[in-house]
Design a protein around this ligand. Structure first.
Ligand SMILES: [Fe+2]
Ligand SMILES: [Fe+2]
Length: 436
């Protein structure tokens, strides 16, 4: 990351002043000089500099530069306007190439004949190249996969990091950013697919805790993002969600110190995570320690009743409880979605913050997207979209019998049709599972 901040901010300020004056103006030249100096410093240790642009974020070496991207939205806008998703800069770069590149960014799209790369070559800019992001093999693979397979792959990606923590081994320096990238991918591909992911039932205890942890992370990210958290903070919630039950994983090991048991897995987990504060930050430690503490301050174990819980602990606590109830959904123990709503509502003001609990169901709905339900008119439907202001009446697709008007907004049919019950995709709803 050395000098990247300075280089990119230099690009941003050169562009901002070049917009007001021209690239040859002394003030602009001054900012170009500074950027150029930092680039030279960067190339003392590197052979090339590659910067990527995805959505509104700048990427350097697999790291999403959230804070920097926020500051450089204008620069990103100019890159996107020219369809530039990747910039390659090489050590032999000359200062005038940099100036010409900036001038090109400020040109109107129709002034550039051919592709931007062709234009750069015509201008003798040979040490800066641009391109589009090639879809990495991994991503290509993801696109052809079912949600369950993506889910399974994500679990395989995070498992080695869990293993290291359980073994108390050092983490690779980029473990935190790798996790955030995995979670950011998970969010894009799996968010809102909680119902589908429930189908994935690992056979051993360790796998079950992994799956539960990923579910909680995904739900936590979905919720915090809807609550308006900044993108980087959403990923921090995800990381905290991932490790909330690390104590349970640790306790699966054969030789456990006397006194450590499932009842205090949150203190065991927090103690383990304390060793990784420098790698993962303080939030996972707080959330791990607090995720079973009650909102009303009544102590479970030995916590202080006055201390307010961290907002992220409250979010993860809701997601944790929800996923646990959902996971019990198999043929024998069927917890329908409305039953889960009822059970969690009973904990309002006790285990859960009342406003946050309401927010949770406003976001997720009582019958989440992907739930198979039977309707009072005898039809079978799948929930496709929530009505956030009317959580009992979502938008559904009728899957049986075959009808002409498949999509129905239950809020508009309130007086005539309502949802009767959830059909478990492992039981009564099995034959519609493939339609989820
Ligand atoms: Fe737990
Ligand atoms: Fe948990």
């Amino acid at each position: 990351m050395e000098h990247i901040n300075e280089i990119l901010r230099g690009f941003g300020s050169s562009l901002a002043s070049a917009k007001m004056y021209s690239v040859n103006h002394p003030q602009v030249q001054e900012t170009i000089d500074i950027t150029y100096t930092y680039l030279k410093k960067f190339f003392e240790k590197h052979e090339e500099l590659i910067i990527g642009v995805v959505e509104n974020e700048l990427i350097f070496e697999n790291q999403i530069l959230f804070n920097l991207s926020l500051m450089l939205l204008d620069f990103i806008k100019y890159l996107k306007n020219k369809n530039i998703e990747k910039i390659y800069i090489y050590p032999n770069l000359k200062k005038d190439e940099l100036a010409k590149f900036l001038a090109m960014l400020l040109m109107k799209k129709n002034e550039i004949i051919g592709t931007v790369q062709e234009y750069l070559a015509r201008q003798d800019i040979i040490n800066i190249k641009v391109g589009i992001l090639t879809v990495p093999e991994e991503q290509k693979k993801i696109e052809g996969l079912t949600s369950i397979k993506i889910y399974e792959n994500m679990l395989n990606d995070i498992a080695p990091i869990f293993d290291k923590i359980i073994q108390r081994s050092p983490l690779a320096p980029n473990a935190h950013s790798d996790l955030k990238l995995i979670l950011s991918n998970a969010m894009q591909n799996l968010s809102g697919k909680h119902q589908e992911n429930l189908e994935f039932v690992p056979s051993n205890k360790q796998g079950k805790i992994f799956a539960h942890s990923l579910n909680v992370a995904l739900l936590g990210m979905q919720m915090s993002s809807q609550l308006g958290f900044a993108p980087n903070d959403v990923l921090d919630v995800g990381v905290a969600g991932l490790f909330h039950d690390i104590g349970r994983l640790f306790l699966l090991q054969p030789k456990i110190p006397i006194g450590d048991s499932l009842e205090n897995h949150f203190t065991v987990g927090a103690q383990i995570l304390l060793r990784y504060e420098n790698d993962l930050g303080v939030l996972p430690i707080i959330v791990c320690f607090e995720h079973h503490q009650k909102y009303n301050g009544r102590v479970k174990e030995s916590s202080s009743p006055e201390r307010k819980l961290h907002l992220v602990s409250r979010i993860i606590s809701l997601c944790d409880f929800y996923d646990m109830l959902n996971k019990r959904r198999d043929v024998r123990h069927d917890y329908p979605a409305d039953k889960i709503f009822e059970l969690m509502s009973k904990e309002k003001n006790r285990l859960f913050h009342p406003g946050l609990l309401e927010e949770f169901f406003r976001i997720l709905g009582v019958w989440p997207v992907g739930t198979i339900v039977s309707l009072s008119d005898g039809c079978i439907a799948i929930v496709r979209e929530e009505n956030h202001d009317d959580i009992f009446f979502p938008k559904v697709e009728i899957v049986s019998p075959i009808v002409e008007q498949k999509f129905v907004d239950l809020r508009e049919k309130k007086s005539k049709i309502k949802i009767l019950q959830t059909l478990s995709p492992m039981g009564a709803g099995k034959k519609y599972k493939y339609l989820i």
